[in-house]
Design a protein around this ligand. Structure first.
Ligand SMILES: [Fe+2]
Ligand SMILES: [Fe+2]
Length: 258
């Protein structure tokens, strides 16, 4: 399936009033998303869009806000250093330096992506001579984009459902189409070169599950509304998570994973 067909499929659960602006946003953002592939491939945004629309409908949130964030949040061409890249360092000093760079890159990536998102939505409004993205929607997308990776650098998100729904949509990429891409990247690290295909996949899935649980620790232990000892805040997000864990387990022959 080509990317535009994937966008249309992701948007199929919502009506024309949401499909049209988001489809236009993807087309207008495409060139920026290509430039930003140093961080994430274009398909990342389309997969996040698929999850974002499902969660918006399940949680009665704005498809335009979650969809707008999905298509713009990683639009800044800033290098992405993954936690796994830091962990792969054998030398302690090199690991510390890479960790500092990881945090700096991530902050720049969020702030620049948020500004770029505003610009892209303004372009949609401009070419259609219509306020398809209202000021309120643009401001909300900006706010979400500004902090969307904050938990990755140790900061909790605001206690509001759309921030958390978007975080889930974004993270679930790692268990969907992103799984094989990250696995490929892990394979290139000398530290894990000795692991078999099966063991590398098992380690990667276990790491991802551990990360979901670790992110829950950013929030007070007494806070309610978290599902399955993960940071996921809705039953819909946890259902998607469980389905994807199961799919990857079957795909890589890892046995049944709860
Ligand atoms: Fe990001
Ligand atoms: Fe993302």
């Amino acid at each position: 399936m080509n990317l535009l067909d994937m966008v249309d499929e992701a948007l199929s659960p919502v009506g024309e009033a949401f499909r049209n602006p988001l489809r236009l946003l993807f087309l207008i953002a495409f060139d920026r998303l290509k430039v930003a592939e140093v961080g994430n491939p274009v398909i990342h945004h389309v997969v996040v869009l698929r999850h974002a629309i499902l969660l918006a409908l399940a949680e009665d949130l704005s498809p335009l806000v979650l969809g707008g964030a999905a298509l713009t949040h990683d639009s800044a061409p800033v290098e992405k250093v993954r936690t796994a890249d830091v962990e792969a360092q054998i030398d302690q000093g090199a690991a510390q330096r890479l960790e500092r760079r990881r945090v700096q890159c991530r902050i720049l990536h969020m702030r620049e992506g948020a500004a770029m998102g505003m610009r892209l939505m303004a372009y949609v409004n401009q070419v259609t001579d219509n306020e398809l993205f209202s000021r309120d929607v643009v401001e909300r997308v900006f706010s979400i984009n500004c902090v969307h990776d904050d938990p990755t650098i140790g900061h909790p998100l605001p206690d509001e459902p759309d921030y958390h729904a978007f975080r889930a949509a974004d993270r679930l990429w790692q268990l969907a189409e992103g799984f094989s891409l990250d696995l490929e990247r892990n394979r290139s690290h000398a530290r894990w070169a000795q692991l078999s295909e099966h063991d590398l996949a098992a380690k990667h899935l276990a790491d991802l599950k551990r990360n979901y649980a670790a992110e829950r620790q950013l929030y007070p232990a007494t806070a309610s509304g978290f599902f399955g000892s993960t940071m996921l805040r809705s039953s819909a997000a946890f259902r998607l998570y469980s389905e994807l864990v199961q799919k990857r387990s079957i795909e890589y022959g890892l046995g049944t994973v709860a």
